[in-house]
Design a protein around this ligand. Sequence first.
Ligand SMILES: [Cu+2]
Length: 488
Amino acid sequence: MPEISRRNALILGGAGVASVAVGGTGFFLNQGFSSVSSAGTVSGSTFTEPIELRSANGALSVDLESSRQRVSIAGRDVNALSYNGGVPGPTLRVRAGDTLRVSLKNGLADPSNLHVHGLHVSPENKSDNMFVTVAAGDSFDYQYELPADHPPGVYWYHPHLHGFVAEQVFGGLYGAIIVEDPESIPADRERLLVISDISLNSSGNIPAASPMDEMTGREGDLVLVNGQLTPDLVALPGERERWRIINASVSRYLRLRLDGQQLTLLGIDSGRFESPQEIDEIVLAPGNRADLLVTSSLGTSTLRALSYDRGSADGMMMGGGNFRSGEEVALATFSVAGDAVVAQSAIPSQPAQRDLRIAPTTAKRELVFAMGMGGGMGAGMMSPTINGRQFDAERIDTTVQFDSVEEWLLTNTSTLDHPLHLHVWPMQIIEQDGQPVDSIMWQDVVNVPARSTTRVRIAFEDFGGKTVYHCHILDHEDNGMMGIIAAN
Ligand SMILES: [Cu+2]
């Protein structure tokens, strides 16, 4: 009997066995419809999810070890980065008011650290502190105290050390954090879909990014759902599933559709709509998450990422750029068959959302995102900047008054979209391209389309201290599109 890897054990433990690896050579016994490509990747296996770790009695303690090792990605044995040997890493499931402790052991050859993306926690000390560096081989014990009123939803964790972020996330370092609802939303099942992209060469290694990749933001050739290629999900007609979707890509925007199925959006990031919205498609910029209900109808549907135009690199490089802005990709198959089930009860009403449009503001400021001439990216290339400057770890760019509300105009003068992520404090989007937004939208990654403006309001509350805002095209962040903010 050959040794069965953890991932295959998870497949075996799941509902319905699609494929079982026999030996280490990539030979598969297909009982479902999975197929093996000439590159050795496997599509159509039974959908699997990362292992889940849940808090108990108000606390969750987790050991996370990052390393470069052989892992299974797209059904192939490859050399990538991972937390605890899995891509994605373990899912951390907590509740508002919990204490989350993460002991990070950096088993990489480079320095790293950890960011809990979207969590409303302190940016200081051992919490979500962006100024911690964990050297290769070292460990650091993080401790996050979630406030008792922390918004429920889907969040995620990944490395955040300036200059290394894109490479480490692209390499496989990410995992989900779920903050449970105080009152559960009735569903027949819940699924986590961590969507990411990666490129692999014939020897199963991840190729280095080119200067052009860094300027436009690298996109991988393979788009993965929980490390798998087009996995197969199965449901009965009439079932309500809750999908937690994370865009963990370095640069790829996900314009998602699941035609033939009813989609009800509970919220984006930590923003939960008072009334869930019926939608046909949703766009997730890198870093965004969706909390989505899928009510299944008989038939087979494909979860697709449609092409999204995030701009062009024309004129940003000597000789111009040849930039691919994303072709349509099939992400998963959703097969609905069998006898219809009794419909779930109604979705409980969600709490009223705070609306900062009626709040007095203490300051207005503008952040200008540009691809300016700079020193960071080599001769003849343009460099990403905020207000004309590149990141400096010794400089505080923005000082705000603690316990105040500010209005920020986000201006993008470049020909590429830039998604702004502000740590700790979520942003309410109040205006897009000069048009007021009529619903209440809270997000922690806010896209600023090419040659456009977006206006947000932010309440700098609950936690003071020093943290960062940056473009979530992680190549742009690494190349300087990040600033330091202090709330005092
Ligand atoms: Cu950017």
